[in-house]
Design a protein around this ligand. Sequence first.
Ligand code: ZN
Length: 244
Amino acid sequence: MLIDSHCHLTKKFCPDVDQTLAQAKDAGVEKIITIGTTLEDSQEGIEIAQNHDGVYAAVGIHPEESCANWGKFEQLAQMPRVAAIGECGLDYKVGLPGQKEIFEKQIGIARKLNLPLSIHIRDAQDDLMKMDLAGTRGVFHCFSGDERYLNFILTKLPDFYISFAGNVTFKNASGLQQLAKLVPLERLLVETDSPFLAPHPLRGSQNTPANVKITVQFLADLKSISLEELSKITSKNAQILFGI
Ligand SMILES: [Zn+2]
């Protein structure tokens, strides 16, 4: 069994959800988490999850977005088939002013509702390391950063996983590949972040959850274990974290 722990199945990202899910099933992907980026997008993700077996939703406000109604956010986060809060985080490349407060708000809601966080951090690792994540758990999705930051997560945030997306397979990603080698198997998750970041050799095309298998195979080779073994371990990790 394979699990795609982070992708986007709502209409603006995925024009044909039924076809996408059928392809995923054919590739052995049995569970998928569709991640929210705004209130509306989160609500649409919940509807998709409620109407499709094996799909779960995360409710979140992306650092490029804002939230006009936190009451509604909390209400959505408590709906059936919601497995996480996210994506939320810090993005100093494209994020908006005020993103830190919006991230902190979501950390507080995750803590209160005992839901895992799906965290997006880009060019913001130093600020992340100063934030208070006590009493929370989750995953650093589409991991990027340096070894000091990775070690911080591994040692100081023991309830957090590290997830790699298709970009770890890219030809020019040797630095990221070295970091992936350092992540213990019991802390590792895999995702597509589709429709973004299609893995090599599909780089540049529209990504889809079925392609998570390519990234799992790549990481299995990197760690010198079989595809079956790594699929089993990363699926188990996702099931534990998200309760799915
Ligand atoms: Zn995403």
